[in-house]
Design a protein around this ligand. Structure first.
Ligand SMILES: NC(=O)c1ccc[n+]([C@@H]2O[C@H](COP(=O)([O-])OP(=O)(O)OC[C@H]3O[C@@H](n4cnc5c(N)ncnc54)[C@H](OP(=O)(O)O)[C@@H]3O)[C@@H](O)[C@H]2O)c1
Length: 240
């Protein structure tokens, strides 16, 4: 992990769940982590918890669905930290809404957050990475929903958004490879497979009964364990 010590990571959705767990792990491993989310108080809370680790957590308020917020955040990075070495596109929402008769504002919100925001943060991060020796690592936090459709009600647009993430990761990887770039692209999804399979009936009941914070609950119980077992640093180290 030494080679990443002191490097700069930009993590979206760092105020809670998986994003907060990733940010904390990277700060523990000595990275300068810019954590972005709408709830500044949560980001600040995390910053104070991470004060005694080798790296540093920089809380930055931004709504990733607002392009000007993303651009401002990357300007801050350029001005204060110079560049970005690792982008973790984690911010995502999984609001239930039926394609048959659900509200189109929710469709739009899911696509804005899970897909469009990710394309813009990626583009802005790539600008800095390319100026900095064409090196870096783009990581999308995806989902099993990005690879196969299962019989979960009200998840039409969420599933579609995560399939888009798979396509965006793979097409970018091919583009960068074609150019001979040293920037690497990863999307990860599989960590929750076992949980989903083992808890299928409970999950289904939960979804039927209103669901809202299901992902957050699973995350709270799992994210810490997952990132302890398979540290992100190991994943980064294994990329040539
Ligand atoms: N948890 C799971 O079981 C699971 C499974 C598969 C995939 N995933 C994926 O993992 C990622 C994280 O999920 P999670 O369960 O950790 O979610 P979570 O606990 O609900 O946290 C979501 C994070 O995204 C941020 N966010 C949401 N909308 C935002 C916006 N417009 N601008 C800035 N930040 C925004 C939230 O911060 P603010 O509210 O403060 O803005 C929060 O920090 C998502 O992409 C999700 O699809 C999760």
């Amino acid at each position: 992990m030494n080679r990443w010590c002191g490097k700069v990571a930009f993590v979206t959705g760092a105020s809670a769940g998986i994003g907060a767990a990733i940010a904390a792990k990277l700060v523990e491993d000595g990275l300068q982590v810019v954590g972005v989310a709408r709830r500044l108080d949560k980001l600040q809370e995390l910053a104070s918890k991470l004060q005694n680790f080798p790296g540093k957590f920089h809380p930055l308020q931004a709504d990733v669905t607002a392009e000007e917020d993303i651009i401002k955040a990357f300007e801050w990075v350029r001005g204060h930290l110079g560049t970005v070495h690792v982008l973790v596109n984690n911010a995502g929402i999984a609001k239930p809404a039926s394609l048959i008769d659900g509200p189109s504002e929710i469709f739009r919100k899911i696509l804005d957050t899970n897909v469009l925001a990710l394309t813009i943060t990626t583009k802005e991060a790539l600008k800095l990475m390319r100026e900095n020796g064409d090196e870096g690592h783009v990581i999308h936090v995806n989902s099993v929903a990005g690879h196969r459709v299962t019989d979960v009600p009200l998840m039409n647009v969420y599933f579609a958004s995560k399939h888009a993430v798979t396509a965006l990761a793979e097409t970018l990887r091919l583009d960068l490879r074609r150019e001979g770039s040293k920037i690497r692209v990863t999307e990860f999804s599989d960590m929750f497979n076992k949980v989903l399979n083992d808890n299928w009936q409970a999950i289904f009941n939960y979804v039927k009964s209103g669901y809202e914070s299901f992902f957050t609950e699973i995350t709270v119980s799992l994210a810490g364990k997952f990132f302890d077992k398979v540290p992100l640093s190991e994943m980064l180290d294994n990329v040539e």
